[in-house]
Design a protein around this ligand. Structure first.
Ligand SMILES: *[C@@H]1O[C@H](CO)[C@@H](O)[C@H](O)[C@H]1NC(C)=O
Ligand SMILES: *[C@@H]1O[C@H](CO)[C@@H](O)[C@H](O)[C@H]1NC(C)=O
Length: 840
């Protein structure tokens, strides 16, 4: 609960209080003791109420106002035991309707069926449909002689839910019991992304979902009495393609629910506390996937909810794995620590299949990440697969459906599994031998590159050892040249302070960004070294990853993963790219805050980035943010120190005034810069724009002026007008304001910032949801006339030069800095003197 720690620590201050209040409200809404508003449990066709594990099912004969039927017939089984909802049923020979008055919102609908012997009615031959005002749940449905429960998740948009039973042809309908129970509206909401493809599924709120599989990986069956929403979770063994590839883990008491991620309503501890992990046995280098196969009906899309909880790691950022659906990569290098920043914390990920299923099987696999130096393992704790209604609102196409799974594929699966296991054993044996040979080479994760200047002196034993153990990071110059077509100017994608950046393709097809240092640069080598040291120590989903480096022939070349969508800055202004939505911007801020939070709180020592700016936040093909450019970063204060004293470096417009004054560096300097980025994201303008009237030149000052007046909406990006929920903007503005506090001690930690941004996102999503339902879109911000911010039409005029600033906003001293957003016009408005100097 790092957020809890956050506000306790800050208690007494205004900001802390705000977070405190919002957290309380938040906990009240989402946490313990969910009491459903509607809770109809109906025992159909029975004269009596029946209690099943503490839940009372009311007789529909007694609650007769619920039912409108021309011909309802009460039926009881021979056993005539009334202690069980399945011993009685109501039979309908004509169209009949149950009508429940309900609160608007999400509900479970559960239909219980179990045919029994009746003198007149052959219940197993009944054929019928069940529908509501908006959806068809079952059509031409017949029930095998066993217990069948159908469960649906509905959003009821009116104040009553009507359930209509319609016999097919001359047949009849029946039902043994019914449940209509409220579910927290937040249980399943939002716009889940498509699994293994771009985009998100929109319109979940009008969607009815049918639970097809709900599975507790690596643990026992969970029954309704041990689930706060009365769900049943099956065991996963019958779905596992190769059972011997997994190992059960159970640590139920250690499970924690972190506010904002999952609650006991999302899934009980008994689900999160158990998982199946890769059974690597004695061979930690083995690489294989663990796969589950689930039968589904073709022609429908499916909603998938993955439940994760890292109950296997000893420390944070240890477990990285890949997730596949139907052999498509859904998440690469999934590291749960980056989401919840805590072990054994419950976390869910939702996806929707790209299109209606063509095959009768959904294949879900987990496998080890390909990251270097990571122990191969992968886990899954739980999975829900829910069928989504088609465009006609149907969850059933009515082609003589039988309920329950047909077992026709089982023989194939069993043979497959046996052959597969034998094969796996042979392979494992092979891997083991290879691993024994390989193992000696690769353990150290941190290393220093051989110095280009001091190559000759690098003959000491330790240096040689570190070079050998990391030789895989080193890329020959020839390979770099091949990848970039000998540094072809046409491949150039940018120029930074350090040198030119090229797009390249390695021999194995990996797209990379190649940064070639300027050999003349004095500072270059130190930055080169820092960057390699930092990036090889810190691997994180929200930090750009280093693929390798090249120090041959005095070159200083860094090779990174290629980030398709370039810099955050280019998406904000100056490049003509389409505007990002508010949600996308929040997600980008959250991602980069995560990366920085990780740097600041890294497990051994904390690292200060020192050059946080929108041009150093890169976006991948899914617009996921990663922090880049660690050339200036420094290890943070040790325990006996409170700051790192160092020459002032960084980028103008983002610089912490306190750092400027005192030349003392703490994590809070990054927090300040991040605050500037937040306002840049909100206002979509350069942080310094000398072409503007004086009071507008400096974004941080200008935005703070409006924030303090409580009128931030006056200066937001034009394309966000009317799109931001007021509460979300307020939270965002307050958080940005605190980041820009004059003194570091008054600023929040990155962890607090992260938490507040996530809250702002939730407020936005909650607000947009309500808004859709009320069909009222007037409740948005930004209807006021705007002062500026039409930057998108301008060309990118930014220059990246070192300057010496005197009497700047931050006063004293001559400090070297880096100006990023000066268009070169009337800079005297900002500084009395600027001297252009060599790039750093
Ligand atoms: C895991 O499955 C995916 C998708 O089928 C495949 O691309 C990948 O190579 C597999 N990994 C291993 C280690 O078998
Ligand atoms: C599901 O049904 C609802 C209500 O009938 C409809 O608005 C929605 O478009 C349907 N979903 C899909 C994916 O067709």
């Amino acid at each position: 609960m790092s957020c809890l720690k956050g506000f306790v620590k800050m208690g007494g201050e205004n900001f802390g209080f705000l977070i405190w209040v919002s957290s309380i409200t938040f906990l009240l809404c989402l946490c313990h003791g969910y009491v459903p508003v509607d809770n109809y449990l109906i025992n159909c066709g029975s004269p009596n109420n029946v209690t099943v594990t503490g839940r009372v099912f009311i007789s529909d004969n007694l609650a007769s106002n619920l039912l409108a039927t021309p011909s309802g017939i009460l039926a009881a089984s021979n056993h005539n035991s009334v202690s069980d909802i399945y011993q009685t049923a109501r039979i309908f020979t004509g169209t009949s309707k149950y009508s429940f008055s309900v609160a608007r919102g999400r509900h479970w609908l559960r239909l219980h069926f179990s045919p029994f012997h009746h003198q007149t009615f052959q219940m197993e031959s009944a054929k019928f449909s069940v529908s509501s005002q908006t959806h068809v749940f079952l059509s031409d449905f017949t029930v095998k002689p066993r217990v069948v429960t159908k469960e649906y998740y509905l959003n009821v948009a009116t104040d009553h839910l009507e359930l209509t039973f319609t016999p097919s042809g001359n047949s009849f309908a029946f039902v043994n019991a019914l449940e209509v129970v409220s579910v927290p509206d937040t249980l399943i909401s939002g716009d889940p992304p498509f699994a293994g493809s771009h985009g998100t599924f929109q319109g979940l709120s009008s969607q009815a979902l049918e639970t097809v599989h709900r599975v507790n990986m690596g643990g026992p069956r969970v029954t309704p009495d041990s689930d706060t929403l009365s769900r049943t979770w099956e065991t996963d063994s019958e779905f596992l393609v190769e059972k011997n590839l997994v190992k059960n883990v159970s640590k139920i008491p250690s499970v924690d629910y972190v506010t904002g991620y999952a609650t006991e309503e999302t899934a009980p501890k008994s689900v999160y506390g158990t998982c199946n992990e890769m059974n690597s046995g004695a061979n930690p280098s083995s690489r294989f996937n663990v796969t589950w196969e689930f039968e589904v009906e073709t022609g429908f899309q499916y909603f998938l909810r993955f439940h994760f909880c890292d109950v296997v790691s000893k420390s944070l950022n240890q477990l990285f794995f890949d997730l596949y659906v139907d052999s498509m990569m859904v998440v690469r290098d999934l590291d749960l620590s980056t989401y919840v920043n805590k072990l054994a914390a419950a976390y869910t990920m939702d996806y929707v299949t790209v299109s209606p299923k063509q095959s009768e099987i959904i294949r879900v696999s987990i496998g080890p990440s390909r990251l270097q130096g990571v122990y191969p393992n992968a886990i899954l704790n739980g999975l829900e697969i829910m069928k989504m209604n088609n465009s006609k609102g149907q969850l059933s196409k009515g082609t003589f459906l039988t309920s329950g799974s047909t077992k026709k594929n089982n023989v194939g699966v069993i043979i497959g599994a046996t052959v597969g296991s034998l094969l796996a054993l042979v392979l494992l044996g092979g891997f083991f031998l290879i691993f024994k040979k390989r193992r000696r080479v690769n353990h150290s994760k941190t290393w220093t590159p051989l110095s280009t200047k001091g190559a000759a002196s690098g003959s000491s034993g330790t240096t040689v050892a570190s070079i050998t153990s990391n030789s895989s990071y080193r890329i020959p110059l020839a390979a770099v040249k091949e990848a970039t077509n000998s540094f072809d100017e046409n491949r150039s994608i940018g120029v930074g302070g350090f040198g030119r950046v090229y797009k390249g393709v390695l021999q194995d097809g990996t797209q990379v960004a190649v940064k070639r240092g300027n050999p003349k640069s004095q500072q270059g080598f130190a930055e080169f070294k820092t960057e390699i040291e930092m990036l090889s120590q810190f691997r994180h989903r929200h930090l750009v990853s280093l693929i390798g480096y090249c120090d041959e022939s005095k070159e200083m070349i860094l090779v990174y993963e290629y980030m398709k969508n370039g810099t955050l800055k280019s998406h904000l202004y100056g490049s003509g790219l389409p505007s990002l939505t508010w949600k996308q911007r929040l997600e980008i801020c959250i991602g980069s805050a995560r990366g920085l939070h990780y740097l600041h709180t890294g497990d051994s020592k904390s690292v200060i980035h020192r050059d946080v700016k929108s041009a150093n936040i890169l976006l991948d093909e899914n617009l996921m943010a990663k922090v880049a450019d660690f050339g200036l970063s420094k290890t943070g204060p040790e325990i006996d120190q409170t700051h790192v004293s160092t020459a002032v470096k960084g980028s103008f417009g983002y610089l912490d005034p306190e750092y400027f004054r005192r030349q003392q560096l703490t994590e809070k300097s990054d927090v300040y810069s991040f605050g500037v980025v937040m306002f840049e994201v909100l206002c979509a303008r350069p942080v310094i724009d000398p072409t503007l009237p004086r009071e507008m030149v400096n974004l941080a000052e200008w935005a703070m002026k409006w924030q303090k007046k409580g009128q931030l909406e006056h200066v937001i990006d034009q394309s966000l007008r009317g799109k931001i929920v007021p509460d979300s903007l307020r939270k965002f503005g307050e958080t940005g304001e605190k980041c820009l506090a004059d003194y570091g001690v008054d600023r929040p930690s990155m962890g607090d910032v992260l938490w507040n941004l996530e809250y702002a996102l939730q407020l936005q999503e909650a607000g947009v949801d309500c808004d859709q339902e009320d069909d009222n879109s007037t409740n948005m911000i930004g209807e006021l006339p705007l002062r500026f911010n039409d930057y998108n039409s301008r060309g990118d005029t930014s220059v990246n030069v070192g300057v010496v600033a005197r009497e700047g906003r931050f006063g004293e001293g001559e400090e070297e800095s880096c100006v990023d957003d000066l268009s070169g016009v009337s800079m005297s408005k900002v500084f009395s003197q600027l001297v252009k100097s060599e790039g750093r």
